[in-house]
Design a protein around this ligand. Structure first.
Ligand SMILES: Nc1nc2c(ncn2[C@@H]2O[C@H](COP(=O)(O)OP(=O)(O)O)[C@@H](O)[C@H]2O)c(=O)[nH]1
Ligand SMILES: [Mg+2]
Length: 279
């Protein structure tokens, strides 16, 4: 092991006088060059993915603290296969419907300090998790996967999905001052404490867009991680480009109008204060 990082959650470092001496046994090695202390939870939303799970679990690193599989009322043996492949997997049933609902349920069940979102269709390579975690322990709040950053790629997007993703990403960048290269991508990671600042409330495939907008609104530090999206191995995507694209657009517009309302409320408060009115 050639280097270690201090056991710190950004923004929560103890005062120097309160720091405990760092001993080697609190670190778990995550690569030949890096060891970390925060436990990492991996959340996998899965709906009828029994055939794909062997490929997903095969690439997950063994230093992960826990795997939380959120089952979307699968009619195949998704849950049984997950239990066989990863003894100790935490299986939770989602309360409602949709990928967003599943992820929110999964986040609540996580006990790790770092949460990584991984799809169950075989499109995500678990070996990339180390890049996400490295960015977080080096100071980022949110490590956002990107298929279009240098080093990223996709085998799984149709031209219409690429065009839609690009257009929606451009709108988000313009309206919220972000500089994202990708928007609707499910492979991301963040410190669990970020959830207190982004308060998620959606049900479908718009979940990633909502997270991406709210982390920018909350002023969190974002780092993009180049990621390669492989082809879904078995089965078909649950995403419908037009239906889900419109849902994403609705979220963008709603977040935009909430921001305007907030700005005009604080503007009137400043005006009242400058006139000496009590609110
Ligand atoms: N639990 C749960 N998982 C879902 C739901 N919809 C999609 N997923 C999972 O979310 C991941 C991404 O979905 P997928 O259909 O591959 O969409 P795509 O990657 O955008 O083409 C996969 O692991 C799906 O099994 C749902 O309603 N509930
Ligand atoms: Mg997929």
């Amino acid at each position: 092991m050639s280097s270690v990082l201090r056991p710190a959650i950004p923004g929560q470092e103890p005062a120097i006088a309160d720091r405990q001496p760092i001993t080697a046994d609190v670190y778990r090695p995550i690569s030949s060059h890096l060891a970390i202390t925060p436990p990492v939870s991996v959340v996998i939303p899965a709906m009828n993915e029994a055939e794909n799970l062997p490929y997903v679990f095969k690439t997950l690193p063994d230093w992960i603290h826990e795997v939380v599989l959120v089952d979307g009322n699968s009619t195949d043996d998704t849950v049984g296969v997950a239990r066989d492949l990863w003894p100790g997997v935490k299986v939770v049933e989602q309360r409602g419907k949709g990928k967003g609902d599943a992820l929110i349920t999964g986040f609540e069940a996580c006990t790790g300090d770092i949460i990584v979102m991984v799809d169950a269709d075989g499109s995500a390579d678990g070996n990339e998790i180390v890049s996400y975690v490295s960015a977080l322990v080096s100071g980022a709040d949110f490590a956002k996967g990107s298929r279009f950053a240098n080093g990223g790629g996709t085998d799984d997007m149709t031209p219409i999905r690429k065009l839609g993703n690009w257009a929606l990403c451009t709108v988000v960048n313009k309206k919220f001052g972000a500089r994202y290269t990708d928007l609707c991508y499910g492979y991301n990671a963040f410190w669990r404490h970020c959830l207190d600042k982004i308060d998620l409330d959606c049900t479908g495939f718009e979940i990633e867009t909502l997270i991406n907008i709210r982390v920018v609104k909350a002023g969190l530090k974002v780092q993009e991680i180049p990621s390669h999206e492989y082809l879904r191995i078995h089965g078909a995507s649950n995403l419908r480009a037009v239906r889900d694209g419109l849902r994403v657009l609705r979220v963008i517009l709603k977040e935009r109008s909430n921001r305007r309302a907030l700005r005009s409320r604080s503007h009137s408060r400043i005006l009242s204060a400058s006139r000496g009115e009590v609110s």
